[in-house]
Design a protein around this ligand. Sequence first.
Ligand code: PLP
Length: 393
Amino acid sequence: MTKRNPHMARLSANYLFPEINLRKRQFLAQHPEVHLISLGIGDTTEPIPPFITRALTEGAAKLGTREGYTGYGPEQGEQSLREQIASKIYQNKVPAEDIFISDGAKCDLGRVQMLFGNEASIAVQDPAYPVYIDGSIIQGIKTIVPMPCNPENNFFPCLEALSRTDLIYFCSPNNPTGVAATKTQLQQLISFAKANRSIIIFDSAYAHYIQDPSMPKSIFEIDGAQEVAIELGSFSKIAGFTGVRLGWSVVPEALKFDDGSSVKADWKRVMSTIFNGASNISQCGGQAILTETGWKEVEALTTFYMENTRLIRDTMRRLGYEVFGGENAPYLWVRFKGRHSWDVFQEFLEKFHVVTTPGIGFGPEGESFIRLTAFGHRENVLLALDRMRDGKT
Ligand code: PLP
């Protein structure tokens, strides 16, 4: 018989969403008349705006003509899209040559881990998007150092207490806490990485939600990042492209391994070996997003979701809840001191008929929190808040 990858057995069971669904099913079996509302969705809910949809449709139609048909694209993605990303997303602080178009940040996370092998040690924010840890475990990585992020340290890890690791995963704005790092904090992180000769894997999937102009939307806004960081970006939450699939990575020319060799050269090799390019249709959509008209459309989408966030945040604070995040991200992190997050989940389900996400699913620091998200139709958000207002004892 063929042996299983032994690292798979080290993964903790992926119980979070199956358990949420089970509890929902059990509740609905007893109360079939109830209309449950989810404030726990990590997926976009609003349609892709018309100008961008048209570009996707036209991109598909072109493939049905002899003149318009294209097959495999350039290895790093369409040059014009890379240039648009360099100018629109990075204000040319990053050259187009360092940008690689992909099928999304999650897929890039999996591939990035191949650059470093299974001897690498990693540090990860706690709580965090589970892919950083699970993806690393699948690759055989053993040393995983948590970086606790909580209200007491303003959700920024205590770097003085942190041991050296080869990689530091950092997500800002963070999923699930909804807190974004300041320029000063990212400067500290970069200095720490430089002093320790570590590489930062910076996940900027939610950067478009940053409202405060003083907050960095990219690690490359900070001097010195080019020598220590890789950034992973995504169109998923910018434009409702979670199903379309389009993202990018930035691997700077200046980034080196300890033997002086180029990380970018290896990344090119990994990408061209096990990835065959993002869909040409998605890339047409991406090009449309980054035009003036497309950008206006996605700004309106973000404004819509951030209004949801504001409504939830303000209402819940007024009701006395301890709410964090949500100023620069579509996520809210609500604390229930001394309680287990699954108990709070159950209470919201039974009392308000509202589905949330228990914080413990994102790491031990999430134990007394639940995550709420801005992704949802407005009428559902308002109805959920009405229920909390009426039902709170
Ligand atoms: N990074 C974070 C922090 C996320 O929350 C998500 C999706 O929820 C992703 C990456 C995945 O992005 P993509 O859809 O581009 O794969």
